[in-house]
Design a protein around this ligand. Structure first.
Ligand code: ATP
Length: 310
């Protein structure tokens, strides 16, 4: 059973259908990138997942529990970071976290230890006694992330955590999220900053007009841009016979010449690839590189979204 199971979500705002039978699943310990253009329905989905908004149809289950039916249980499983960070006049960083710790019944030395640990995790230890409003946007986002972690949730739902951040803050946020994954958290993160997601996420779902139009691991999604896997093969010395070998091999569907070798469109499995390499070596080729060419997530995204709109 997946940790998160979203099944057939429908949501209307008046006559506007914001979610249109949206389904996806996220397994434990994935970092799931929820990608889509503005207005696609990301925030709406995330709010429904946290029980902050009621769906007009469909279900969300987290750890097998129906969010709409057992919101009190769900609250302890999820840490939600909204895309909008409120204003907290006259509150210092430690006071801000004490307030939220208290909301979960954590106080005294236990709270202080937790706050110190969280500030270290989000790299804000030296800001402990600063006013929240004096922090940069990136620091506020990290503080908000610390707040989401106070009750040690299984699942983090982060709505555009990197938006508006400078490149340095984005790198820091990325490092922190990697640490959280290593700590066993499952993370759903929305963004339209695609290159950022491709480095960070293990899996991606692409949403457009309230529908999930593609989902899978990063390789599956990037393959969408090209239709097939792309494989790079290089030789120690130039090997002209290779071209004919590729042409006659059924799984090779595209041949591109590059410096020192080729990039092939390849519609076969590992055994097909083994047979191809073997026939090259049998013919005397000195193969020095066989690698999968990563497609770009951005290309896949444009292809999927434009494919739907055309
Ligand atoms: N409170 C609301 N009332 C009316 N329409 C809404 C409301 N909230 C969202 N919508 C509409 O629902 C659709 C989905 O919005 P949503 O905010 O979920 O998308 P999003 O993918 O998070 O977009 P963004 O990246 O711009 O935040 C949009 O067309 C939006 O205009």
């Amino acid at each position: 059973m997946a940790l998160v199971e979203v099944e057939g979500l429908v949501k209307f705002y008046g006559k506007k259908k914001a979610l249109d039978n949206l389904s996806f699943a996220v397994d434990s310990r994935q970092i799931f990138g929820f990608v889509g253009p503005n207005g696609a329905g990301k925030t709406t989905t995330m709010k429904i997942m946290c029980g902050l908004l009621k769906a007009d149809g469909g279900t969300v289950k987290i750890d097998g529990i129906d969010v709409a039916k057992k919101i009190n249980k769900i609250k302890f499983l999820i840490g939600y970071m909204p895309d909008f960070f409120g204003v907290y006049d006259n509150l210092k960083v430690n006071e801000y976290l004490e307030f939220f710790a208290l909301a979960y019944g954590i106080r005294g030395t236990k709270a202080q230890k937790l706050i110190d640990d969280l500030l270290e995790l989000v790299r804000l230890t030296d800001k402990k006694y600063d006013f929240v409003d004096s922090l940069s946007r990136g620091m506020k986002q990290r503080l908000c992330l610390a707040r989401c972690l106070i009750h040690n949730p299984l699942l983090l739902i982060l709505d555009e955590p990197a938006s508006g951040m400078d490149p340095q803050s984005r790198i820091e946020m990325k490092e922190i999220l990697k640490n959280l994954k290593d700590m066993g958290k499952t993370i759903i993160i929305s963004s339209h900053i695609l290159p950022e997601l491709s480095e960070l996420c293990t899996h991606v779902g692409i949403i457009n007009n309230g529908r999930m139009v593609a989902q899978g691991d990063i390789n599956q999604i990037t393959m969408l841009a090209h239709g097939t896997k792309r494989i790079k093969i290089r030789f120690v010395d130039s090997f002209d016979e290779a071209y004919m070998v590729f042409k006659e091999f059924p799984a090779v569907c595209d041949i591109q010449v590059i410096e020192g070798g080729y990039i092939l469109g390849f519609d076969g499995d590992d055994n097909d690839l083994f047979l191809l390499i073997k026939s090259l070596i049998d013919k005397g080729a000195k193969v020095c590189e066989v690698s999968i060419v990563e497609g770009s997530l951005e290309e896949a995204f444009m292809k999927v979204v434009q494919g739907i709109e055309n």
